[in-house]
Design a protein around this ligand. Structure first.
Ligand code: UDP
Ligand code: MG
Length: 136
């Protein structure tokens, strides 16, 4: 049985602004991910609020949604064996200070809020998040 999964990745505004898109995509490709679909978009604050609804009770929710809608982002569907976990591994810890060597957040993250990438945290959420951006 194949363990191929799809997950949603976002290159966040801090990384797009620093023109790190291609370097980050290379990290995905070098780890064996296929980028099945991608688009660069600029979402509204209310779209960000819907996307991050799971965090609506958190103290950082408002700033997080303002930030994700503050500039262009690149959203991608990534394919790999165990894509959800493999992507979480490649991203590294939420706080770049805690991220391990070789991870995207260690290499490019600026701070806990400007941490350069988003990745789905479960297969179930990956489906929801992929639909959010790619269901037309
Ligand atoms: N975040 C933040 N402050 C915090 C925790 C999280 O600004 O104290 C932001 C951060 O950008 C993170 C996002 O909220 O990537 C979503 O948080 P989550 O815990 O889901 O982390 P992730 O899944 O992105 O590692
Ligand atoms: Mg998360």
């Amino acid at each position: 049985m194949s363990n191929i999964e799809h997950t949603l990745s976002i290159i966040k505004p801090d990384a797009v602004e620093r023109k790190l898109e291609n370097e980050i995509k290379e990290m995905f490709k070098n780890t064996g991910f296929n980028i099945l679909k991608e688009k660069k978009i600029h979402i509204t604050k209310s779209e960000a609020e819907e996307f991050y609804k799971v965090h609506e009770t958190k103290p950082f929710y408002n700033d997080l949604c303002a930030y994700l809608s503050s500039g262009p982002i690149v959203v991608m569907i990534l394919e790999h064996e165990h894509a959800v976990l493999r992507n979480r591994d490649l991203m590294g810890a939420t706080n770049p200070k805690d991220a391990e060597e070789g991870t995207i957040r260690k290499k490019y993250g600026i701070s806990i809020d400007k941490n350069s990438v988003h990745g789905s945290d479960s297969v179930e959420n990956a489906k929801i998040e992929i639909d959010f951006f790619f269901k037309d």
